[in-house]
Design a protein around this ligand. Structure first.
Ligand code: ATP
Ligand code: MG
Length: 426
C-alpha cells in the first residue's frame, strides 16, 4: 500500500459530524440577511494579487506574509483571497453596482492566510462578509451592529463585547500619523523589529501590535480620538446614540485601529474572552476610500466579517445543543426479494410526508445487524419489511426509543402513524 496523502496544514476537512452545525448556522445567516434586506453576492476565490496589494495595503501582515500567491500558466500573479471585501468592491465596480445606487450585500466562503495554525486560527477559514455601499451616515454603521447583535441573540451566544472606535477622516489621520510617528521616534528603543520597520511606513499599525513588551508604550501613545474634527466627532456620536437607542452596550477602545489599511471613521470588533487568544469573532468598519482606490467613483462603504469557525466555537460553548438525530425512521428490509418493494415504500412515504427523514437500510445484512444500524442512526422508529409483510401488504413497526409493543399495520396506514408519532418532532 502506498503512503496516504494528508491535507495541507491548517486546511481542515469539515466532517459529517460537524456539518449539521454548519448548515444550521448558515441557514440562520441566510434568513437574517433576508430579514434586513441584504442580497447575496458570490465571488471568485482567486483574484489578481494586485487587487489585494492595492486594497488591503502593501505594509500589512496579510500582504507581507500571509497570502497564498502564485503565477498561473500565463505568468499572471494570482492569490487565494485572504479576505472578501477587496473582491466584493472589485466586482461591484466592474459590474456597475455602485453607480448612483445603494447596495446591501453579503457573502460567505473560504478565505486563505498562511498563518501559524492554532485553535481559532487556520490557513483555510470561513467568513461571512456583509458590505453596504452608498450610505454615508452613521445610521447604516449602526444597522450593521444591530444585525450582528441579533445574530448573536438568535444563535444563543452571550459574552461578546462590542468595542468601537473612530479613525476619523484621512486628513485627520494624516495629522495624527505625524504626531504618532514623532512619538515612536522618541521611543525607538522600545519598538520591536516589526515596529521599527513600520514606524515610518505605517505608524498606526504599531498600535495593533500584540507584543506584550510594547503594550505600555502603546497605552501611552497619543490617541486618535483627540485628533478628530467636528464632522468625525458628530458621526461617531450619532453612531453611539443609535446603539444606545436599542440598548446595545459598547466600549470605546481608542487603540482599535484594525489590521487593514482601508478603514476610516467607524471601526468595531466583537470580542470575547471565551476563545482564548483568538477572541475576535467579528470585525469591521467604514472604508469610504476603497472604491476610489480600486478605480471606481468615490462611494461610501461600510462592512464587517465574521470568522465562522470562531463563531461555531462560541455556539458550542454557549449552547448545550443535544446531538440531533440524523433520521426519524429506518426501513429494515429482510430478504433479497423485498428490496424493490422496500425502496418503493420509502419513496411513497417521502412523497406523502415531505418532512420525514427516512433511511432505507441498503446493503442488506441480517435482521439483527440491520436493527443495530437502525438503533445507531438515532431513528425513533424502525419499519420492518420481510416476506410475510410483503405478502400481506403490511409493515411491522418497532419503536426504538419507547416502551411500546411492536405492531403490524397496513402499508397504507404507515404514513398516518409516522405523522402522528414523529411528525411534530421534525
Ligand atoms: P486576528 O487579529 O485574529 O488575526 P484579523 O484582524 O486578521 O484577526 P480580519 O481580517 O478582520 O481578522 O477578519 C475578520 C475575522 O475573521 C476575524 O475577526 C476572525 O474572526 C476571522 N479570522 C481572521 N483570520 C482567521 C484565521 N486565520 N482563522 C480563523 N479565523 C480567522
Ligand atoms: Mg490576522
Amino acid at each position: 500500500m502506498s503512503k496516504s496523502i494528508q491535507a495541507v496544514r491548517g486546511m481542515n476537512d469539515i466532517l459529517p459530524d460537524n456539518t449539521a452545525a454548519w448548515l444550521k448556522l448558515e441557514s440562520t445567516l441566510v434568513k437574517l440577511m433576508l430579514r434586513y434586506g441584504y442580497q447575496q453576492i458570490r465571488l471568485p476565490i482567486v483574484e489578481k494579487t494586485e487587487l489585494f496589494k492595492r486594497a488591503v495595503g502593501e505594509v500589512t501582515d496579510i500582504v507581507e506574509k500571509e497570502m497564498y500567491t502564485f503565477d498561473d500558466r500565463n505568468g499572471d500573479s494570482l492569490s487565494l483571497r485572504p479576505e472578501g471585501t477587496a473582491g466584493c468592491v472589485r466586482a461591484a465596480i466592474e459590474n456597475g453596482l455602485l453607480y448612483n445606487q445603494m447596495q446591501r450585500l453579503w457573502y460567505n466562503g473560504p478565505m486563505f492566510r498562511h498563518e501559524r495554525p492554532q485553535k481559532g486560527r487556520y490557513r483555510q477559514f470561513h467568513q461571512l462578509g456583509v458590505e453596504a455601499y452608498g450610505m454615508a451616515g452613521p445610521d447604516i454603521d449602526a444597522e450593521l451592529i444591530m444585525l450582528s447583535a441579533r445574530l448573536w441573540q438568535e444563535l444563543g451566544i452571550e459574552g461578546l463585547e462590542l468595542q468601537i472606535n473612530s479613525l476619523g477622516s484621512s486628513e485627520e489621520r494624516q495629522h495624527y500619523r505625524q504626531q504618532l510617528l514623532q512619538y515612536w521616534r522618541d521611543h525607538q528603543d522600545v519598538l520591536d523589529e516589526d515596529g521599527l520597520r513600520r514606524m515610518e511606513s505605517n505608524p498606526l499599525r504599531i498600535l495593533d501590535s500584540k507584543n506584550p513588551e510594547m503594550q505600555t508604550l502603546i497605552e501611552r501613545a497619543p490617541q486618535l480620538v483627540d485628533a478628530l474634527g467636528d464632522e468625525s466627532r458628530q458621526h461617531f456620536e450619532q453612531f453611539k446614540a443609535a446603539l444606545d437607542s436599542v440598548g446595545i452596550d459598547y466600549v470605546v477602545n481608542p487603540r482599535l485601529v484594525r489590521g487593514l489599511d482601508y478603514y476610516n471613521a467607524t471601526v468595531f470588533e466583537w470580542v470575547t474572552d471565551q476563545l482564548g487568544a483568538q477572541g475576535t469573532v467579528c470585525a469591521g468598519g467604514r472604508y469610504d476610500g476603497l472604491v476610489a482606490q480600486l478605480g471606481g467613483r468615490e462611494t461610501t462603504a461600510v462592512g464587517f466579517a465574521i470568522g465562522l469557525e470562531r463563531l461555531l466555537e462560541m455556539i458550542k460553548i454557549n449552547t448545550k445543543d443535544e446531538e440531533a438525530s440524523q433520521v426519524d425512521a429506518c426501513l429494515v428490509m429482510v430478504g433479497d426479494a423485498v428490496q424493490a418493494k422496500g425502496l418503493a415504500l420509502a419513496e411513497q412515504l417521502r412523497s406523502e410526508l415531505p418532512v420525514l427523514r427516512i433511511q432505507s437500510l441498503c446493503g442488506g445484512g441480517s435482521f439483527k445487524s440491520q436493527m443495530k444500524r437502525a438503533d445507531k442512526s438515532g431513528a425513533r422508529v424502525a419499519l420492518i419489511l420481510g416476506d410475510d409483510e410483503v405478502e400481506a401488504s403490511t409493515v411491522s413497526v418497532k419503536f426504538l426509543r419507547e416502551d411500546k409493543p411492536q405492531e403490524q399495520l397496513a402499508q397504507s396506514a404507515v404514513a398516518q402513524l409516522l405523522s402522528d408519532t414523529i411528525g411534530d418532532h421534525v
